[in-house]
Write a protein that binds this ligand. Structure first.
Ligand code: GAP
Length: 446
């Protein structure tokens, strides 16, 4: 983990947030390379979930959430961690961190009884801070998928099964954020709520576990993934069954994604409470069903509150897993080694680095710029000009940040119209004519 954290800082993937003021615990900033990697991961998820299917729609809902939503979702009452204080050294722990009734820091057995601590962040709305005008920062992106169920159903033409996908920030006031970006207070989730006919839920649950495993494998996590059935007594309040996808992080095997069978818990609860609160009394009186978070079956003509299968993945945990898997310290020969990030090509922050042989040769530099602009407009992703004048150093840098291809522009480029391509993983070099370059790269990045 230390090597990874150091690489992330040194090369500009991830920084401690608010570092110049001592840092804000449990928050991180993604630097120039981190934001590209994160965007590539999210784009791959979105493409797989939304673009490659016809039964899933996208959503981008607000982070500020009405208290009633999180009241009736059960979060106000149950979204808690048991908190224990050490009376001797004043450190604070979650119950699962206490082993043998002793403080992990000072070994004292003088501990408080566990008490529930709600993990949601509250904020006030408008200029007057009072107990009435508040909202929560959402602790999961899921809830506003449920509250928009009817809006989306009314504006599309789906029947069951169908899903709603969302990527966005979530906030949890974790008692002990730790392990770099693994457990933080501000993070991103990629969540799908997939609505199915009650009775079909268990079959769809299995299908989604398989589909999600195979997607993570495609992100390069081939060897260190496992599934784990969450024991009944550890299930979230809404879940009938949850399968976690576990990854072997540097600090141990932990949850990367959870796939829950949320039954009709959320849609059912919001429907019931919305009706009881009489929020939409007119609509309810005229056409009771139209206010429900339900769908009318075209077969039975009855209103159904669907069951929900929810694959919920953490973007930050995904980034950590991908960096862990890709980080390789490779021995080249007896004397030399190199650090190389063997990222899948579609995730690499920079796809191609163009390296002029001579920093001060204006013909070579101009030609390099021309090739950079031409490749950049071909939509491979980010192409950069690396004008350090030191090819060895540039190769080392791009190995470390996972750039799949480096292209050297030299005197042959000016005289014979050829460039040298160097492959990150094999370090093999090949000459390619500039006229064939785009086609060759298309083949490499396909
Ligand atoms: N909507 C369901 C839900 O939120 P969860 O298991 O609490 O379920 C889903 O969270 C995923 O979100 C986790 O598998 C993890 O990847 C990510 N996640 C949860 N809490 C996190 C935290 N404090 N820091 C980073 N990622 C977190």
């Amino acid at each position: 983990m230390d090597e990874l954290v150091s690489l992330c800082k040194r090369r500009g993937f991830i920084f401690q947030s608010n570092e110049i003021y001592g840092g804000l615990q449990g928050s991180y900033d993604y630097g120039p390379l981190g934001v590209e990697l994160k965007n590539n991961l999210k784009a791959s998820w979105w493409s797989c979930m939304v673009y490659e299917r016809d039964d899933i729609e996208g959503l981008d809902s607000s982070i500020l959430t009405h208290p009633n939503v999180l009241k009736f979702s059960g979060h106000e009452d149950t979204f808690t961690d048991p908190l224990i204080d050490c009376k001797s050294c004043k450190s604070r722990w979650t119950a699962d961190e206490i082993i043998d009734n002793k403080c992990p820091k000072c070994g004292s057995k003088s501990l408080t009884e566990p008490r529930p601590f709600n993990l949601m962040f509250k904020t006030s709305l408008g200029p007057i801070e009072d107990l009435e005008n508040y909202a929560y920062l959402r602790p999961e992106t899921a809830q506003n998928i449920f509250t928009n169920f009817k809006n989306i159903l009314d504006t599309t033409s789906h029947e069951l099964p169908f899903g709603i996908a969302q990527i966005g920030k979530a906030f949890r006031n974790e008692i002990t954020p730790r392990n770099f970006i693994f457990r933080v207070r501000e993070f991103e989730q990629m969540e799908l709520e997939f609505f199915v006919n009650p009775g079909d839920d268990e079959e769809w649950h299995k299908k989604w576990v398989d589909m999600r495993l195979s997607w993570w494998e495609k992100q390069g996590l081939n060897n260190n993934l496992k599934t784990l059935e969450v024991p009944k007594d550890e299930l979230s309040h809404y879940s009938k069954a949850t399968t976690d996808i576990m990854y072997k992080f540097p600090h141990g095997e932990e949850e990367l994604e959870g796939i829950a069978n949320r039954t009709d818990f959320d849609l059912g609860s919001h429907t019931k409470n919305q009706a009881e609160l009489n929020i939409d009394s007119e609509v309810l009186e005229n056409n009771a069903s139209s206010a429900k978070l339900a769908i009318k079956s075209s077969v039975s003509n009855k209103w159904i509150v669907p069951y929900v299968i929810e694959p919920s993945a953490g973007v930050d945990r995904g980034v950590l897993a991908i960096l862990t898997e890709a980080y390789t310290n490779e021995q080249i020969d007896n004397k030399t080694s190199r650090i190389v990030l063997k990222l899948s090509k579609h995730l690499a922050p920079i796809k191609v680095a163009i390296i002029p042989l001579k920093k001060n040769n204006s013909d070579i530099v101009e030609k390099s710029k021309e090739i950079k602009m031409s490749l950049q407009s071909s939509n491979f992703g980010r192409v950069i000009l690396e004008n350090t004048g030191n090819i060895g150093k540039s190769y080392r840098k791009h190995d470390e940040i996972g750039t799949p291809i480096c292209i050297t522009i030299d005197f042959d480029t000016l005289e014979k119209n050829t460039v040298t391509l160097r492959d990150r993983d094999t370090m093999k070099q090949e000459k390619v004519n500039v006229d064939d370059l785009e086609l060759r790269l298309r083949d490499i990045f396909k």
